[in-house]
Design a protein around this ligand. Structure first.
Ligand SMILES: [Mg+2]
Length: 439
């Protein structure tokens, strides 16, 4: 338990603790494969000389840990009020090459994040540290994180139900299990949507696609539209379709989609699709850094950017992204990947502080049965109230953190790096992640 001494204003960082964990994840399907039974995350604790502990969370795969460790070692002696220095500190601590071209060279971190670079990897690590610094600063000053971003412009943040094709359980009985059952057809997806609406009040629905042939996925979206007339729907095949297929799907679903997310891979293909349909195109793949904005915005390739503070380098950068989107008349929504309550708190704080967050945010959170915070979030009416408590407003459950870390320690290394294609091979030994466009 952390005790906050009234009047303590020492903002100097005395210690940084990194705790990799493995968290249970259901067998959710995507175009690459299936989620592993456990997903790596990294919990960051930044301790000040005043005894305040700030919390952050980001990806926990080995490549992220390799960046996080030297950054953690470089931080003691700096201030929690100096998060703008984090990118440069991370670059120097990790021995990043001086030439920007090197930082932009593609590296493979797997998954569904579009082209990866060393710069993007570092931004994801920096984001977790920035959140921890802001949490510590807010706790020290007695202010919520949103106040450090200029204050909230809304008291509630709306979230969208995140529908997945899924199996009832992982192969070979792995993982923790749940009572959701399989969802592999329109009826299964509608049942999932109904449960999300009943339990959490979600009013907008996103289907993770790219799993089955486009006609099957269109039938599922159509079925959800019939079950929830007039509700905003989204479909995201993670770039699995050709331009022609994307245009066909857009045409057939244009009356029910609020946006189509990454139908085709890469900015040029997205621009081609966008030119042929009135359906707005959203992305968390071809625009995930500031460098990728000019081409995408000037060619009209995307009409909605899915912000994600884990991608963009933190909460301040998310507000800068929002300003650029506003300038170019591009909408703003929010992307999510498997995450815990610390990240959900950060997402909600920044979403509350961004005036032009035009859509309900994505969140995987309802799929996560485990957490490292003492009081898990529960969505009501499709959203969350914005906390005004100091910092992020969440407390660490050290017993749970220790248990989930123990799982990471005891893993033989196979699950410490998320690999959806490898997880799929547990069920289908011949599986390789498909080349795109798949259809
Ligand atoms: Mg997406």
């Amino acid at each position: 338990m952390v005790v906050f001494a009234a009047g303590t204003k020492d903002l100097t960082i005395s210690e940084v603790r990194l705790t990799p964990v493995l968290i249970a994840d259901p067998p959710l399907l995507n175009t690459q494969g299936v989620h592993q039974p456990y997903t790596p995350r990294l919990i960051i604790e930044v301790v000040t000389s005043g005894g305040v502990v700030g919390l952050g969370e980001t990806y926990g795969d080995t490549k992220y840990l390799e960046v996080a460790r030297p950054l953690a070692e470089a931080l003691p002696g700096t201030s929690v009020a100096a998060s703008n220095r984090l990118p440069a500190l991370a670059a120097s601590a990790c021995g990043a090459p001086g030439e920007p071209a090197d930082g932009r060279a593609a590296v493979d971190v797997g998954g569904l994040r579009g082209v990866q670079t060393a710069d993007k990897l570092r931004l994801s690590v920096v984001s977790g540290f920035e959140v921890a610094l802001l949490d510590a600063l807010g706790r020290t000053l007695g202010l919520p994180v949103h106040a450090l971003l200029g204050g909230k412009v809304r008291d509630r943040v709306e979230y969208s139900a995140y529908l997945f094709y899924r199996w009832a359980e992982h192969p070979h009985g792995q993982g923790e299990g749940d009572d959701w059952g399989a969802a592999l057809d329109p009826a299964g997806i509608v049942a999932q949507a109904r449960r999300f609406a009943r339990d959490y009040g979600f009013g907008s629905f996103k289907l993770k696609g790219g799993v089955f042939e486009p006609d099957a996925e269109m039938a599922a979206v159509r079925a959800v539209a019939e079950a929830f007339p007039g509700h905003p729907l989204r479909l995201d095949p993670n770039g699995a379709w050709s331009v022609g297929t994307s245009l066909r799907v857009a045409e057939e679903l244009k009356d029910v989609l609020e946006y189509l997310e990454d139908p085709a891979g890469g900015t040029p293909a997205m621009a081609e699709v966008a030119a042929g349909t009135p359906v707005p195109l959203a992305t968390n793949m071809c625009v995930t850094t500031f460098e990728e904005i000019p081409e995408a915005f000037t060619t009209g390739a995307v009409q909605v950017v899915l912000s994600d503070h884990h991608y963009w380098g933190g909460l301040h950068n998310t507000r800068e992204l929002a300003a650029l989107c506003r300038t170019f008349g591009v909408g703003l929504s929010m992307h999510s990947n498997t995450h815990l309550g610390i990240s959900l708190a950060a997402m909600t704080q920044v979403a509350a502080a961004v005036p032009n967050l035009d859509y309900a945010c994505d969140s995987h959170y309802p799929w996560q049965s485990e957490d490292v915070i003492t009081r898990r979030f529960t969505f009501h009416g499709g959203g969350l109230e914005v906390s005004d408590r100091p910092g992020l407003g969440v407390e660490l459950d050290r017993d749970r953190l220790a248990a989930l870390h123990r799982r990471w320690v005891e893993d033989d290394g196979t699950l410490r790096d998320r690999d959806d294609a490898a997880a799929m091979r547990e069920a289908d030994p011949g599986w390789t992640a498909p080349t795109v466009p798949r259809w």
